[in-house]
Design a protein around this ligand. Structure first.
Ligand code: COA
Length: 437
């Protein structure tokens, strides 16, 4: 087997591998669970050798040491979707942020931010010399394909996932062998508020719908109401533990999907070992690049596409803020607009934004008259149809701006309704109560 010899020739130590990164290079790190933590540690240890190395990624987990204070001497950070480890570097001005629809990110790393070096962790090679990219195909596979230099960490804990998730030994430049458990992401316990939101969302879902769900307790709560459903499909940027039991029980069986029938189509996942064991060598889970999975035109080819996403703030005309708190960048657009648009274009599709009615332990209403100064509109008011809170569902499409405001005030937290009503009056010189929806 020729690949065995090729493999052996490419194996190096982590310090040798990262010595191939040169000052001024753009280093793209695999997303979420595909980030090779051992290689990143070696790159940090080698920092004195670098100047102006750009680190770019989306949804980084882990410590993100390259973004810590003092690292700007060696690394400049450029995120396209922030997480806990990269918010500070961007909002303090030591790093930067590039806005991009998730489905376009592969194009970014080829055309606008061309990748020099790609760092990624992969499964052990199979008998034919193919590694699987495991948890992330999204931009990670296109970045591997486009990079001038590809360094992989071969890790026996990375699951072997199916779809367009394979790269051959001949396609990588350096191999570093190091086993470490996959990072785990655990959702919190479902609160009463999230349970009520989940119940309201579930009332919009019908047998045979194809679902897109994000991560967190709202999707988890929604899924607990799906037990009696039949023939649900999955076409989702990502999945977490919540879907595993429903697939095992045959509730999600992808049998009546319009495209990719029989497959749960995703581009990345993160969860616990329960999920990682489930996706391992599972041909029912099909991973493809985000340029396909999140392309609104592809999404829209699923009839009854139901997209469920979350946000931080919604104003009275239905503008949705999901990625910033005022001027502070919190996350990114990710796949939110991809799915809202895809669902709106789908025959019988539903574009849903769901959120608790308040934030900061009930002190702040997420439904507001006017957005916070500097807030970034993630989903514009024409792209959202349903807004859901624990108090109900506001259906926006087809409604005038005054009707929208009334519907949104009705699902705001009762503590804030009088204030919102006053702001409605100041704006429209009439009471929302005079409108019959
Ligand atoms: N004003 C001030 N603070 C607010 C706020 C508001 N209007 N809304 C929320 N917050 C605070 C919360 O209190 C919380 O603070 P804490 O961590 O101190 O408790 C924090 O902001 C995060 O809010 P939360 O609602 O818990 O966010 P989340 O972790 O559930 O993530 C999004 C929600 C919207 C940020 C996330 O879903 C996202 O980034 N979406 C965009 C991308 C996307 O939708 N992709 C497609 C699906 S994968």
């Amino acid at each position: 087997m020729q690949w065995v010899t090729t493999y052996a020739e490419k194996v190096v130590s982590a310090s040798e591998a990262v010595s191939k990164i040169k000052s001024g290079n753009r280093v793209v790190i695999g997303s979420a669970t595909s980030a090779p933590e051992y290689l990143i540690k070696a790159m940090i240890a080698n920092k004195e050798q670098y100047e102006n190395v750009e680190i770019s990624n989306l949804v980084p987990l882990g410590k993100c040491e390259y973004a810590w204070e003092g690292m700007e001497k060696y690394f400049k950070y450029n995120g396209l979707f922030l997480s806990a480890g990269t918010r500070e570097v961007v909002n303090s001005g030591r790093g930067d942020f590039t806005p991009a629809y998730f489905h376009e990110v592969p194009k970014y790393y080829i055309e606008y931010l061309p990748v020099d070096v790609c760092l990624v962790q992969v499964s052990k090679a199979d008998q034919h010399g193919y590694f699987s990219l495991g948890g992330s195909v999204d931009y990670t596979k296109p970045a591997v394909d486009a990079a001038k230099l590809v360094i992989v960490q071969v890790n026996k804990y990375v699951p072997r996932t199916h779809g367009d998730s394979f790269i051959h030994v001949s396609d990588v430049d350096y191999i570093v062998e190091y086993d470490e458990p996959m990072p785990e992401y655990k959702s919190g316990a479902i609160t009463e508020v999230e349970e009520a939101i989940g119940k309201n969302i579930a009332s919009l879902i019908e047998d045979g719908d194809t679902l897109q769900l994000g991560i967190g307790t709202i999707p988890d709560a929604t899924l607990t109401f799906m037990k009696g459903y039949k023939n649900l499909g999955l076409h989702s940027e990502m999945i977490s533990d919540g879907v595993v039991d429903l697939i095992k029980q045959g509730v999600i069986n992808n049998k009546v999907k319009s495209i990719n029938r029989g497959k749960s189509l995703i581009t990345f996942f993160m969860g616990t070992q329960k999920l990682y064991d489930f996706v391992n060598d599972n041909p029912g889970i099909e991973m493809r690049p985000v340029s396909y999975v999140n392309n609104p035109y592809i999404i829209s080819q699923n009839d009854h596409m139901t997209a469920i996403n979350s946000c931080l703030q919604v104003d009275m005309v239905g503008q949705v803020v999901s990625e910033s708190i005022g001027t502070k960048q919190y996350s990114g657009v990710g796949g939110q607009v991809d799915y809202m648009r895809g669902a709106n274009m789908s025959k019988g599709g539903k574009a849903i934004i769901a959120m608790p009615s308040t934030a900061s332990k009930g002190k702040i209403s997420r439904i507001v008259s006017v957005l916070d100064q500097g807030a970034i509109v993630t989903t514009n008011r024409n792209d959202v149809n349903y807004v859901v809170t624990e108090y109900g569902i506001a259906k926006l499409k087809g409604k005038t701006i005054r009707d929208r405001a009334k519907a949104l005030i009705e699902i705001a937290h009762p503590d804030f309704r009088a204030q919102l009503e006053e702001e409605f009056y100041n704006r429209y010189k009439s009471s929302s109560k005079d409108i019959n929806l």
